[in-house]
Write a protein that binds this ligand. Structure first.
Ligand code: HEM
Length: 83
């Protein structure tokens, strides 16, 4: 079909319903930047290999050779829980 043909200006039923997916009205809830966002919960990571935040921090500590002290580790976990 040529791009300037009249046909290109009309939408087929199939395209109409496909694009309709994107034209659903937004729910009335707050969807802006202040919207509450779901937060990760245990078990963590996409396959849930970290049972708790302790395991998450241990993972990064080992993976990146950070060497967190006990205090740093517990501070970080407290911080993560506050998010
Ligand atoms: C001490 C530093 C870090 C902490 C405490 C931390 C914390 C976390 C936590 C709690 C999650 C789990 C989210 C969930 O369960 O959905 C996560 C996921 C992830 N983080 Fe980090 N993160 C750190 C550093 C990093 C760094 C340096 C990178 C990249 C180089 C990174 C990349 C990712 C990625 C890609 C995921 C998703 C992994 C998956 O779902 O399997 N993080 N992080």
């Amino acid at each position: 079909m040529r791009c300037d043909s009249a046909e290109s200006a009309t939408t087929s039923d199939a395209a109409e319903s496909a694009f309709g997916l994107f034209r659903r009205p937004l729910p009335t809830t707050n969807q802006g930047p202040d919207a509450p966002r779901p937060r990760p919960r245990a078990p963590y990571f996409h396959n849930g290999f970290a049972a708790d935040l302790d395991a998450v921090v241990d993972f990064y500590d080992t993976r990146f050779g950070i060497g967190f002290t006990k205090q740093e580790k517990s501070d970080l976990i407290t911080f993560l829980r506050s998010l």
